[in-house]
Design a protein around this ligand. Structure first.
Ligand SMILES: [Zn+2]
Length: 648
């Protein structure tokens, strides 16, 4: 998943915390050896499953997607592997209604007993199924309910075409169990196949082999032959069209958006080539992107073979493509080598942010890559401050301890940016050539496996630190709060130039006046928006005082028109500053954004600002939220309800 939060995540953490949840499962100990099947004997505080005794190796899904009652009728046929003697196979569910469970091959099935255990917050319920030592196939018949937090059912009004309904799933971190009964730990890898029936006028796609055209009868067959953790099982159903962008890549979207998407992601093929030249061959055959409707709560989700992306990436100027570089990078870090538990989440995201930045450097040069890294570093510093202020030092460790909490609490800038800066610092000390060789080997040696932080540490010491005989404070980075002193510092002249411009404006200088003509030189033009990139303008806004005179902000809108800019990153920063400053001109644009997009990265900080502003501002925002709430994915609704203290 792409990085989605600013400071906002932290304020909700204490609310998510569930003190009475005393899981008997401890955290990981890291002594277990990884093998091709994954770290199945690792204890995972976020799964009831007994994968150390019996584990799923393959799931064959039969799914009937019914838009009339917003229900999926499913059969999940699990192929099992016995690792130890047991008479019970335990699965995770959180929402699905179990109708019956059978054992045996399809057509030769016998019903068996099952028990559904007590519900635990965030995690759901254990589904315990009676088996014997010969049980090879377990078939779970079920239907989804309103509690399926992974499913976003959209009425036609929320799509680009406005004619057809739409459905998409979001499995990470532990939501797959809300629509499919699974052994929900990322430590176990499975292959899957699926037969999916949808209304005839719609196309279905999965994180698997995909059709390029709509079928006549609404029936689709999918295969995912590479083993994946279950959070990567994904489904999208809608009125969809495909555009190829190269020999093994392309883009899906509604017909109304597909042309725009193909234009925006024209560099996709180049990105794949750049990524492969860095860290070895792409192992998933095909790489496509689907641009979803606006309610999708994230910038992107790295579902294998088919990245799910927000239409907010279609900025019209290719300025938001780094999210695609990020999701593509996950084809190595995360999808190929996966965190064994959610406490090791930084192994997915820290590597991916590092890798994303390297792809951006290959494609657009070091200056651009450094700017992007610095923007993220600023966000990390703000977040670290907040954590420290709130006494949440432990949440700034790379290795987390999320036992009893929602694993989404770990999706902060610590995993993403502190993780990436750890790797950048290693790169600085060991040199790029040696570090790249190490990383390439790391991906190759652990492909289709899962890893704990401890296993990574051991590998790092053995393969990089010891052979080169260089001292490095690995434990401080992994297990201590804040940022170690040796953290790499990045400088960017362009970054400094735009910060200087912001300082001049804040000091009252007229930055829009055309510079005087210098003797013998052409007259320089007056300041205009296209002289700087959206990232630079983002830095400009951040550098301004937290609150400003509304008249000064109005002047910027008059000259640079930030409030109407299609780039949502800039718009969000601008709207937040406007709200804090009591500058009300952009209200119609803010309302438009909140009504249209459900991407949490953008709407969350805006609602936070309104909540902090209180009074009339908050009342206005609450009225908008009341109207917009139905347009958001359940994941976003949960966060906004908390932030606004909203009770439906
Ligand atoms: Zn990610």
């Amino acid at each position: 998943m792409n990085k989605f939060s600013f400071i906002t995540v932290i304020t909700t953490i204490s609310l998510f915390f569930f003190a009475s949840c005393d899981s008997t499962k401890g955290s990981t100990d890291g002594d277990n050896q990884a093998d091709v099947t994954g770290n199945v004997s690792i204890e995972d505080a976020h799964s009831f499953s007994n994968t150390n005794q019996i584990r799923t190796t393959h799931i064959d899904l039969e799914l009937d997607v019914n838009f009339d009652n917003k229900t999926i009728y499913g059969v999940a046929r699990h192929t099992m592997e016995h690792l130890k003697d047991t008479d019970t196979a335990i699965f995770d569910i959180n929402g699905p209604e179990i109708q019956k469970v059978t054992l045996g091959k399809k057509g030769h099935e016998k019903e068996t007993d099952f028990i559904i255990g007590t519900k635990k917050e965030f995690i759901g319920q254990p589904l315990s199924i009676k088996i014997d030592k010969n049980t090879q196939y377990i078939n779970i018949y079920y239907k989804t309910t309103e509690d399926a937090g992974a499913l976003d059912w959209l009425d036609p009004s929320l799509t680009a075409g406005k004619k057809h309904p739409y459905l998409y799933t979001q499995g990470q971190a532990i939501l797959t169990r809300t629509w499919i009964p699974v052994q929900g730990t990322p430590a176990n890898r499975i292959t899957y196949s699926a037969d999916v029936t949808v209304p005839k006028d719609l196309m279905a796609l999965m994180s698997a082999s995909n059709p390029k055209k709509r079928s006549e009868d609404g029936k689709y067959h999918f295969e995912m032959r590479q083993p994946i953790p279950v959070y990567l099982i994904a489904l999208a159903v809608g009125n969809l069209e495909y555009r190829s962008l190269g020999k093994n890549c392309g883009v899906y979207s509604e017909p109304e958006m597909v042309g725009k998407a193909a234009w925006e992601f024209v560099d996709l093929n180049k990105m794949i080539t750049a990524a492969e030249s860095l860290y070895g061959p792409y192992k998933w055959d095909q790489y496509d992107v689907i641009v979803l409707p606006y309610s999708f709560p994230f910038g992107g989700m790295e579902n294998p073979r088919l990245t799910f992306a927000s239409p907010t990436l279609l900025a019209g100027d290719r300025s938001a493509v780094s999210v695609i570089a990020h999701e593509l990078a996950h084809s190595w870090s995360g999808n190929l080598v996966t965190n064994a538990t959610w406490d090791d989440f930084w192994l997915n995201e820290g590597f991916t942010v590092y890798f994303e930045n390297r792809i951006m450097e290959e494609l657009y040069g070091k200056e651009t890559a450094d700017m992007l890294a610095l923007i993220e570093f600023q966000e990390l510093e703000v977040e670290l401050d907040e954590f420290m202020k709130n006494g949440q030092e432990e949440d700034t460790h790379l290795k987390l301890s999320l036992n009893g909490r929602n694993p989404d609490d770990g999706m902060t800038d610590i995993a993403y940016v502190k993780g990436a800066f750890f790797l950048k610092t290693l790169e600085r000390d060991f040199g790029r050539r040696r570090f790249d060789k190490f990383l390439k080997g790391y991906f190759e040696d652990h492909q289709f496996q899962t890893l704990t932080t401890e296993q990574f540490k051991k590998y790092l010491i053995e393969k990089l630190i010891k052979p080169n005989n260089i001292k490095f404070n690995v434990d401080a980075w992994l297990y201590e709060p804040g940022l170690p002193k040796n953290c790499i510092s990045i400088t960017s002249p362009r970054f400094e130039k735009i910060q200087d411009l912001a300082d001049q404006f804040a000091a009252g200088k007229d930055i829009f006046k055309q510079p005087k003509k210098k003797k013998g030189k052409k007259r320089e033009p007056a300041l205009a928006r296209d002289q700087y990139t959206p990232q630079e303008w983002q830095v400009f806004i951040r550098q301004l005082p937290k609150k400003m005179d509304p008249a000064r902000l109005a002047l910027i809108d008059e000259k640079l028109d930030f409030k109407n800019w299609g780039n949502a990153e800039v718009a969000t920063e601008w709207f937040c500053l406007s709200i804090r400053s009591g500058y009300k001109d952009p209200r119609p644009q803010i309302k438009k954004m909140l009504m249209k997009t459900g991407r949490r990265k953008f709407i969350w900080p805006i609602y936070e600002e309104f909540y902090a502003a209180k009074g009339e501002d908050l009342q206005w925002a609450l009225a908008v939220y009341k109207e917009a709430r139905k347009n958001y994915h359940p994941v976003a609704v949960g966060s906004m309800d908390e932030t606004l203290h909203y009770k439906p």
